[in-house]
Write a protein that binds this ligand. Structure first.
Ligand code: ADP
Length: 516
């Protein structure tokens, strides 16, 4: 049985209600009577630490910090002339003053009863101390998180820049040694060294990618293009890793045109195929393309370990790995899928997973269909067939300021039969061309050179001097996209640094082949 509340009782007990309000309530006599407090509730006495008798008929300014009293009185008089329900000092930090002189942040709502003599202003005051403390703690936490993130970004940018050069040197030297040793008892060790360098390179690339994504440095450029070109590139890039594990890598050909970013879509697919290879011990990794009416779905199917249902949601978290308790970094660091998810969001592509432990996993990326345009095929730069080696005697001008990289790369290129001329600066380049009459067949150029000189400028200068631009491969360790864009205009091929030396050699051969 519910007890009915008698409305008349409610009307009669309004002072009771006021007394029990959790906010402080004051009634202040209006203009002319100079802001005398005529009523305050129990919460007002607790909030300000006064006895009721100490405040009745006292000026409300007693509750305002001394330096603010004069302006408060002026505002109060003005308010009584244009009174309405409103917050006091909107947007300002208001302060109350307790009996013991301490000050505290408050929020005040005002209303006015004008048809009384004298008119009455009602002020409802809320103590904001806790809320303000909470807000300050939140602001502090946010500021320090932002700062920590900036420091981390700067650290990653600097570290990745500084790590690229030694990593490039190690990679080139590893290739030189592998070639020099040939097929001997040391070959397995060289294989291990190559695997270690490759995984360092993958980790570094993942850190650079995630850093660029977090900084918003990657701005997608979505357009229509044929999937075929990306697929053939992935086939040649990942074939080696699959063959290393005796897995079948079956990347189906497809005539579909998709709408995506041709630079970012391969990053998604490379990560997914790379994972499929990594987490599959035997069998096959397949890429299948399923066109629907409005979409093109790309499935990456493996026959690997599978992912326990409870972990599926978490695998997209940065640094999350299902089963790597010893943090064996040959298994990666747990950034790949976080990169995949961030890029999918950027591009508005869906991604789904189906997985069964012990049976395998299928990751599906859902792309919008693209529109076939006559220019689409030419817009994606792809490596087509690799020409037979034509290195012997081919003159390569290698422009690189890091002595370690320059020496190791020159050694490698010479082993491959190239005739290498190294230059560490613009001056050295000009000397080779102007004084020694160098006519390079190919230029291999680092983008960032000493004294702020960039690869695109130096290649343009060489082209002017020679009357034609030699085929050029530009290596860029710079993680800012804008710069790379400039270099892309002049280079026939842009490769990230540290570069996979096998890929570099293939690209060199392709370029020479194209020229011939
Ligand atoms: P990483 O591979 O570097 O550990 P990822 O972010 O790419 O990081 O993947 C996160 C985790 O998801 C992996 O550690 C692995 O446990 C799991 N995973 C990803 N892809 C697969 C797959 N194809 N099969 C089984 N497990 C996978």
């Amino acid at each position: 049985m519910t007890e009915e509340l008698d409305p008349s009782l409610l009307r009669d007990s309004w002072t009771d209600v006021l007394e029990h309000l959790p906010d402080a309530v004051f009634m202040v006599a209006g203009a002319g009577t100079d802001g005398k407090i005529k009523y305050l509730n129990a919460q007002a006495t607790r909030m300000f630490g006064f006895e009721r008798s100490e405040l009745i008929d006292q000026s409300i300014e007693l509750l305002v910090p001394a330096p603010l009293r004069e302006s408060h009185a002026q505002h109060r008089r003005r308010y009584t002339h244009s009174a309405r329900l409103r917050a006091m000092g909107a947007g300002l930090q208001l302060l109350g003053r307790r009996r013991n002189g301490t000050e505290f942040p408050i929020d005040v709502m005002l209303n006015h009863i004008g048809d009384r003599a004298p008119p009455i202003t009602i002020a409802v005051v809320r103590d904001m101390t806790e809320r303000k403390e909470l807000q300050e703690a939140l602001t502090l936490a946010r500021d320090s998180a932002v700062q920590a993130n900036e420091v981390k970004s700067r650290f990653l940018a600097a570290a990745s820049h500084d790590l690229r050069q030694p990593l490039q040197t190690i990679w080139s030297l590893q290739s030189v040694l592998a070639r020099a040793l040939g097929n001997t008892e040391f070959s397995p060790h060289m294989g291990l060294l190559e695997e270690a360098v490759r995984s360092m390179d993958e980790i570094l690339s993942a850190l650079i990618d995630i850093n660029r994504l977090e900084k918003g440095a990657i701005v997608p450029v979505v357009r229509s293009f044929p999937l075929r070109e990306i697929l053939s590139r992935l086939r040649s890039e990942l074939g080696y890793a699959a063959a290393n594990k005796s897995l079948i890598l079956d990347i189906e050909d497809s005539p579909e045109i998709v709408s995506s970013d041709p630079m970012l879509l391969p990053v998604i697919l490379r990560n997914l195929i790379g994972n499929a290879i990594k987490y599959t011990a035997r069998g096959a990794v397949q890429l299948r393309v399923h066109p629907t009416q409005s979409r093109v779905d790309i499935e990456i199917i493996d026959s690997g370990v599978g992912i326990p249902a409870g972990n599926v949601r978490r695998i997209f978290d940065a640094f999350y790995q299902v089963d790597n308790p010893n943090h064996d970094q040959r298994q990666g660091v747990g950034l790949g899928l976080s990169i995949v998810q961030t890029i999918c969001r950027l591009l508005d592509h869906g991604i789904t997973i189906e997985s069964r432990v012990g049976v395998g996993s299928t990751f599906t990326v859902q792309l919008p269909r693209g529109v076939a345009t006559p220019t689409a095929p030419e817009q994606v730069s792809v490596k087509t067939s690799v020409s037979p080696p034509v290195a012997r005697g081919t003159k390569v001008l290698h422009i690189e300021d890091d002595p370690g990289v320059a020496r190791s790369m020159a050694m490698l290129l010479r082993l491959e039969g190239y005739d290498v001329v190294s230059a560490a600066s613009r001056d050295e380049v000009l000397q080779h061309v102007n004084v020694h009459g160098l006519r390079p067949d190919v230029i291999l150029c680092d983008y960032q050179l000493p004294l702020g000189v960039t690869g695109d400028k130096i290649v343009a200068e060489i082209a002017t001097l020679l009357g034609a631009k030699p085929p050029t491969i530009m290596l860029s360790g710079d993680i800012s996209d804008k710069h790379v864009e400039k270099a892309r205009l002049i280079a026939d091929r842009m490769l990230p640094k540290p570069v996979d030396v096998n890929l570099l050699l293939e690209e060199l051969e392709t370029l020479i082949g194209r020229r011939d």
